[in-house]
Design a protein around this ligand. Structure first.
Ligand SMILES: Cc1ncc(COP(=O)(O)O)c(C=O)c1O
Length: 460
């Protein structure tokens, strides 16, 4: 019979680790978490430079959020949406108001980013059905056919979640695990990456990219076949790629010209990550649908699909043919509201931006001393250093097809964890620098020194 101390080995035996080979699974036993740090049972203190999959933007155990969760526990935790609860109502209204455009929006709540993406894609298609056939209304068998715009244009460098629909609209190599059973009706275009643009030869790569998307839309049947374009405003998992200036505005114009919807997936980039509540706040665009997840529920699983007034109105008379249990979970909404209170307090985001500019400067100094750093890019507290074999060729140290192979990038992650007490993901294309938003200057110095030593150790 195992004692409590053996919980890590029990977990190693019975828990299915995400995206891992189970025989290699060796979870580190945790005693407690605090701020940006994970304290292990053997008294190590590890800096979480990935913010727990970007879910704990406010750091671990933020007292204001914990208080809100505690007090909500004593009243209502969850009732179905035939009933109303104060935090669910307040969070829907708050999200409808803080996102760009008319506040007459509706918010669908679910438990994961993938589920929020599913709702966005399905609603975009149902909206296009309604727009095409003013009447009859959506009926039970309407979804059986697609005599209306249904295609979704996504981008190769994108990740929208692991369910079959969400992975089908993802360009990321994790989609390959779903093939050949991906959901039809998805077309991929290029992302906008100033470092590696397929349009480098053009005098205006942003315009060339937009022109190519225009070509794709035209050849996929224009607005009689294409329902929506789905983007991460800043590419996340596939390399933290802020788009060049004017790209997102150009994309919005392109979608409007064709009459297709624009869906912005802010699952990773939302909740202050980039120094604004949403990444789109930097670019001045108004999407038709916005997806939020991860940090929105603070310590509770929560995600939201926020529909503009135009889309919401479509479902006044038409059936919203989508749903799930736990939608609008009062406890999770109370946690979400408390995190927005923290995030939108007058001094919070200005302080994030201050630390962000210090971080950027430290990373650029570091990059100057390491020849393998091909590109240092990011926004707010959302940064990466992409690693290359040499600057001239920009050949990556890890190719897309090597995501789950052991390469020097995964060795670097292990070294940082074991020798420097800095936890970064091991499956990226460089070093992931995504600290909790409450990070201090001393903590930035701590992990930047760790990265410096790790790169030196591997001769990079
Ligand atoms: C942009 C984006 N969308 C959706 C998802 C899926 O979220 P979840 O893992 O909560 O389903 C992710 C997860 O990394 C993401 O980065």
């Amino acid at each position: 019979m195992e004692t409590n101390d053996d919980f890590a080995s029990i977990q190693a035996r019975h828990f299915m680790q995400c995206w891992g080979r189970q025989k290699d699974y060796q979870p580190i036993p945790v005693e407690k978490t605090e701020g940006c740090w994970i304290h292990t049972t053997d008294k190590r203190k590890i800096f979480d430079l990935r913010s727990a999959h970007e879910c704990i933007n406010l750091g671990f155990n933020h007292p204001q959020v914990i208080d809100a969760i505690r007090s909500q526990l004593d009243t209502v935790i969850y009732v179905t949406d035939d009933f109303a609860t104060e935090p669910t109502a307040a969070l829907s209204q708050r999200l409808a108001t803080l996102t760009p455009g008319s506040p007459n929006k509706r918010v669908y709540f679910c438990n994961s980013g993938a589920a929020a993406v599913e709702a966005a894609v399905k609603a975009a298609r149902m909206y296009k059905y309604c727009e095409t056939f003013k009447s009859p209304k959506i009926t039970l068998d309407a979804a059986a056919q697609y005599p209306y715009p249904y295609k979704i244009i996504s981008r190769y460098k994108s990740w929208h979640g692991t369910t079959s629909g969400a992975s089908s609209v993802s360009g990321d190599p994790r989609r390959w695990f779903q093939e050949p059973f991906t959901v039809p009706g998805v077309v991929f275009g290029p992302e906008a990456n100033a470092f590696r643009s397929p349009f480098d030869d053009s005098p205006n790569p942003v315009q060339a990219n937009l022109d190519y998307l225009d070509y794709i839309i035209e050849n996929e049947g224009g607005n009689s076949k294409v329902a929506a374009m789905l983007i991460e405003p800043i590419v996340g998992s596939n390399g933290i790629i802020p788009p060049p200036k004017d790209y997102l505005l150009g994309l919005r114009t392109l979608c409007d010209r064709w009459g297709i919807l624009l869906i912005a997936d802010e699952t990773m980039t939302g909740m202050g990550r980039t120094g604004e509540v949403l990444a789109i706040d930097h670019y001045g665009i108004e999407p038709d649908i916005i997806i939020m997840g991860k940090a929105i529920g603070a310590y509770c699983p929560l995600a939201a699909t926020i529909f503009s007034e135009k889309i919401s109105a479509c479902f006044d008379d038409n059936l919203f043919g989508h749903g799930q249990s736990h939608s609008g979970h009062a406890l999770a909404c109370a946690a979400g509201l408390a995190s927005l209170d923290v995030l939108q307090a007058p001094d919070f985001l200005p302080e994030v931006r201050k630390q962000a500019s210090y971080l950027e400067q430290q990373l650029r100094n570091l990059a100057a001393n390491h020849s393998a750093v091909g590109d240092t890019r990011g926004l707010g507290l959302f940064w990466t250093m992409e690693l290359v074999t040499d600057h001239e060729s920009k050949k990556p140290l890890r190719r897309t097809t090597e995501k789950y192979e052991k390469t020097i990038v995964s060795d670097l992650a292990s070294y940082l964890l074991e020798k420097k007490n800095v936890y970064v993901p091991s499956d990226k294309f460089g070093i992931w620098v995504v600290p909790p938003l409450i990070v201090t200057r001393e903590e930035i110095d701590f992990f930047v020194n760790g990265i410096d030593e790790a790169l030196t150790h591997f001769g990079l």
